[in-house]
Design a protein around this ligand. Sequence first.
Ligand SMILES: Nc1ncnc2c1ncn2[C@@H]1O[C@H](COP(=O)(O)OP(=O)(O)OP(=O)(O)O)[C@@H](O)[C@H]1O
Ligand SMILES: [Mg+2]
Length: 234
Amino acid sequence: METRNLQPLIFARELTRVYALGEGEVIGINRICLEIPAGELVVLKGNSGSGKSTLLSLLAGLDRPSGGQLIVAGYDLNNVSDAELTCFRREVIGMVFQSFNLLPTLSVLENTCMPALLAGKPLLDTRERAMELLGWLGLKDRLNHLPAQLSGGEMQRCAIARALINDPAIILADEPTGNLDSRNGQSVMTLLAELNRNWKRTVIIATHSNLADRIASSTICLKDGMITDHTCDT
Ligand SMILES: Nc1ncnc2c1ncn2[C@@H]1O[C@H](COP(=O)(O)OP(=O)(O)OP(=O)(O)O)[C@@H](O)[C@H]1O
Ligand SMILES: [Mg+2]
């Protein structure tokens, strides 16, 4: 029997990230235990400094744990090589940030294609997929615009297209509506919910906003780097 599928997509045990700061240390997250099955839409809540971004960075493979165990989509992130980590970040994870993080000198189409081209995928296929995604996201008339020529909502939708170009199983969003007005914020949350429900992606959203409450399948509350509550909302 295939046992891999029975494992949670995300498994963390006693996961810890401690930052060295001068002579001392700052705790980012503290001995977090977590199991997230595939197909969930998890909302991470907690005050500023509670460890949301630290946890997302570890899940994304952008940062390495100081202690504990972290396995995401079968990758043991404590023990992966740099080459495996690069592959993990490109193929498994799509990331969306508060400040969009688009490359300012590249067009909407180029920004969207970039992760696929870096992964060595063919240009024509990549362009075709990017145009499909950008069409779905309502940006087909903005393909050649630079980020500075877009509204905030358009920039975030371009960032979502970029996050999806390599067809990742997991979408991580760090405060994705933080720089958007409520209408655009709502539309980004609706898109993330659609990716979860219709595209079967596992989505984790760190947010202060209550816009995500309605779409969450579970909510994790962090305080001082620790989980204080993990509720299943469905
Ligand atoms: N690079 C770093 N060096 C030192 N300390 C850090 C670093 N990054 C985060 N921290 C500390 O780790 C703790 C958790 O920070 P984190 O950014 O994860 O919080 P957060 O919940 O995302 O907050 P916010 O809601 O403001 O985004 C905070 O005390 C923060 O000061
Ligand atoms: Mg944060």
